[in-house]
Ligand binder design. Structure first.
Ligand SMILES: Cc1cc2nc3c(=O)[nH]c(=O)nc-3n(C[C@H](O)[C@H](O)[C@H](O)COP(=O)(O)O)c2cc1C
Ligand SMILES: [Fe+2]
Ligand SMILES: [Fe+2]
Length: 397
């Protein structure tokens, strides 16, 4: 059943209450998600984005209740990733000649995914499509937010920005609007989405926000492709994106480690104790990378002013879980965070040394050489870790 967004604009996508993993198994989605598709019924009828392929049959079953398919004059694909374009193959079987508006890169990625030659109408920023009743769709390219093909579509008069993944949240809700959903879950998912998906492109986010400002388009509603639409809280999410895109940090420190026999874990807890002794205010999170959800760890690191990574030495290296986190940290390239490495070892001690050098190599500022400890820490060793934690807290204050 469709939900009205405003005037003749309806949400016709799918609420996926069940989803717990996204991008294969890469991303946890504790609150499910939605694949938002929007139907505009002016003189022209336009569909913006579709739903993920597994829901294509359901989408095609339900869409005719909203609109006679033969009345659809245009399809807009803001981004070709299959969580949004998945139903296009079934859709286009009913509308083989209908124009498909997308960016120039969108043509390439749609062809790359579906190997079809639909009636593509590639557009650039500023191009407009008249939909009658004095309204137009204006396209705004947004390359790398988060794929080369991504674009936004703006509906004049109704002042709606269809922003695709940007400003989205993996949050299953049938309430449609952000001001109607649980605020804690909403913001938790919005920042997790930014930290884990959008963050690598922060410079482009910043310039896109400036471009939007200079275009001076009145925006009453932002309709992303996942989760709730921003209505009363537009400035909040735009301001949040501006903050997140510019070396975001809160008064937080995150410690993430893995440990085979508990020595590195004991070090982590002693370092945490020292941090707390030196700073009673800072929010501290301690995560075992073997136990915590890696995307939640990443979100905590994104929110932190500083983080510590710990690993024992393992076959002259760090443990794979910590290596994997570093590979993600490299890709996400968070700005303005201080770091350090620690770990236990038995004889040669490469684990912690490797973490240090990778952290530096991928652009994080290490405050010092970190701390290493041979075998299981004694009381004196733990006291040394507590002291290290105290100094670390003061260095990153
Ligand atoms: C399979 C295995 C491989 C290891 N490889 C190394 C190594 O290459 N260099 C080293 O200094 N210690 C090595 N160690 C010793 C551990 O680093 C040491 O036992 C450390 O205290 C374990 O810390 P944890 O309790 O945090 O796992 C290895 C231990 C295991 C079990
Ligand atoms: Fe996407
Ligand atoms: Fe998406």
């Amino acid at each position: 059943m469709s939900k009205k967004i405003k005037n003749n604009v309806y949400s016709v996508g799918k609420v996926d209450w069940e989803l717990r993993r996204f991008h294969g198994d890469e991303l946890s989605t504790h609150h499910g998600s939605t694949y938002n598709s929007y139907l505009i019924k002016e003189q022209k009828t336009v569909l913006i984005d579709t739903v993920w392929a597994p829901f294509s049959a359901e989408f095609m079953r339900e869409l005719p209740a909203e609109v006679e398919l033969s009345r659809i004059d245009a399809v807009v694909i803001n981004h070709a990733e299959i969580d949004h374009s998945g139903a296009i193959v079934d859709l286009m079987q009913h509308l083989p000649d209908v124009p498909v508006y997308c960016s120039h890169n969108g043509v390439k990625s749609l062809r790359g995914h579906f190997h079809k030659d639909w009636n593509f109408k590639p557009v650039r920023t500023g191009d407009r499509l008249d939909i009658g009743n004095g309204k137009q769709l204006m396209f705004i390219e947004a390359p790398m937010l988060h794929w080369p093909d991504t674009m936004f579509t703006y509906l004049t008069q109704d002042n709606i920005l269809f922003s695709n993944d940007a400003f989205g949240q993996h949050l299953a809700t049938d309430k449609i609007f952000a001001d109607l959903v649980d605020q804690h879950s909403l913001w938790k998912e919005a920042i997790k989405y930014y930290a884990n998906i959008i963050a690598p492109w922060s410079k482009l986010v910043d310039s896109k926000l400036r471009e939007l400002k200079s275009l001076d388009l009145p925006i009453d509603i932002i309709c992303p492709s996942h989760g709730a639409c921003w209505r009363k809280d537009i400035h909040k999410i735009i301001d949040a994106y501006a903050l997140w895109a510019n070396g975001y940090r809160e008064d937080r420190i995150t410690i993430a480690y893995d440990s085979m026999w508990g020595a590195t874990r004991a070090m982590a807890e002693a370092i945490a104790k020292g941090i707390r002794e030196a700073d009673s205010e800072v929010v501290l999170a301690v995560h075992s990378l073997a136990k915590s959800d890696k995307n939640d760890v990443m979100t905590d690191i994104f929110r932190s002013k500083a983080f510590l990574l710990g690993s024992p030495s393992h076959n002259k290296c760090a443990l794979a879980s910590v290596g994997a986190l570093l590979e993600e940290l490299r890709g996400l390239s968070f700005q303005g965070k201080k770091a350090a490495a620690f770990g236990s070892y038995g004889w040669s001690g490469e684990g912690q040394v490797r973490l240090n050098s990778i952290l530096k190599e991928i652009g994080y500022e290490c405050v010092d050489d970190g701390i290493r400890n041979m075998w299981q820490p004694s009381d004196a060793d733990l006291a040394r870790c507590v002291e290290y934690g105290r100094k670390f807290a003061l260095k990153v204050q």
